[in-house]
Design a protein around this ligand. Sequence first.
Ligand code: PMV
Length: 350
Amino acid sequence: MARIGKVAWRSPSNIALVKYWGKKEVQLPLNPSISMTLTQCYTETAIEYTPRDDLKHPTFNLLFQGEKNVFFENKISSFIDVIAKEFSVLNSLHLDINTTNSFPHSAGIASSASSLSSLALCLLYINNKIMGVNMSEADFLRKASFMARLGSGSACRSVFGSFVLWGETVEIANSSDEYAISLTSQVDEKFNSYYDAILIVSSGEKSISSSQGHKLMDFNPYKDNRANVGKSNAINLINALKNGDEKMFRDIVEFEAANLHAMFLTSNPSFILIKPETLQIINKLKQFRDDTNLEFSFTLDAGPNIHLLYSEDIRHKMLSFIKTELIELCENGKWIDDKIGIGPILIDSQ
Ligand code: PMV
């Protein structure tokens, strides 16, 4: 049967500054999280869709970086089944999905945020086109964020650019546990030029998946404390962003990275994702800060790689420090020169 349409979205990855770790109910966060959307690390997902007669469930073929990939096929299959419960039109379609990451799979960068957000954007677009649904851009993005969350929590933040909040937060209008919202209008100019140097310490597979890790929080003795600390850090970080307060930003961001990894260490079974080079880089950065008084910060995701965050005005000095002191601690000298981004873009629709 002839294809009836095609859509493609590019959606970026994001780095959490206040971390989401631990869930309640259906993919709802224990505490609000705040992220910065990136530019260079993104996923492009293209879907060609064709009508089918058997209306029981959607069918699809998946090519990941141009090849079949059973691991992603299973992940995407469960996600599409969840989405098809709401968008029954998907049950009458066959989807040819082609998805590629701008960063290598082995870069140690989590791809679930960019890949599931790009997929959610495509599926919502297809539903709206076939059903003739007209949504404002704001409603479209909110719905896409809601859908992306069902695939991966962090993915709901990738639907927006700049700084993004996911989770109900006192005094932040429209904040919700069900979808993310943009903080763009609340951010001081200072943070709009932020860079993220991603220092790849190891590109190996993680010893534990994030869904296994989230589950371990249910029994972590520090669970309630973590949720409360995450809540107050979200409120304080929003204030730091508003006031252009880089010192406060740094205190919160570096505490959050330590607190996340402390949760890993105190889970049962406990797990360690940092490597010796992670600590060496952190020590070098602290020393460099003491020596220069430059205002920058670092964070870690669920892995050993360092995200080094700094503003445009100190870029020259940071690049030279990265090149002379830090690259030698990166795996094969690998690092990604990323920066704050504008969020997803529609790259094709036919
Ligand atoms: O979205 P998930 O289920 O892969 O969890 C992401 C968890 C962290 O990356 C560690 C933190 C975050 O908020 O992105």
